[in-house]
Write a protein that binds this ligand. Sequence first.
Ligand code: HQG
Length: 186
Amino acid sequence: MKENREDIELGKFISLILRHSPETIGITLDENGWAKVEDLIEGINRARKRIDFDTLERIVKENNKQRYSFNDDRTKIRANQGHSIEVDVELAESIPPKHLYHGTSKRFIDSIMDLGIQKQSRQYVHLSMDFDTALSVGKRHGKPIVLKIDSIRMFNNGHKFYLSKNKVWLTDSVPVEYIVIQSNNQ
Ligand code: HQG
């Protein structure tokens, strides 16, 4: 099912809370990034946005990028990746594919080709499995450009890679030597 507009708006608010600033609604996350579902629902309602458990369940299920997970008994919820706050979401260390892609803005290229891809405010650098996903990530920042990453060579040289539950590849940083600028095809 495609998400409706209110669910998309609520989802953005939930991402803000679970990835960056739970204090916005006066709640806390535990060391593994979990919020109590009850706290999240009460906090969002205190912020004058309406949500109940059924709506939250629908958002978790239908979110276009599968950004959130419940624990087994659905008493806790967390974001699968994308955090700026220091939490340990128990990411799976994995062997990456031969290549991964990073979408960014053209205006960052000089700096990236100087310093490499850095995680900036988030816990990790985010990499995509395919060119088109990376292109849409890049568009969020302005005129997009896609960088192809020699991920298996990075891995073989000792860099760790993690695959989040919603299939985003994460790593600490990408040094310049592993980056190839792509034009508009793969
Ligand atoms: C850039 C979204 C200058 C980097 C997406 C990026 C993703 C540099 C920006 C997830 C740099 C950081 C993450 C350097 C990196 N000099 N700029 N040395 N190194 N940058 O938002 O990867 O929809 O923190 O290229 O789909 O854009 O929210 O990272 O442009 O998966 O679920 O600094 O967020 O997911 O921007 O996006 P971000 P991102 P959601």
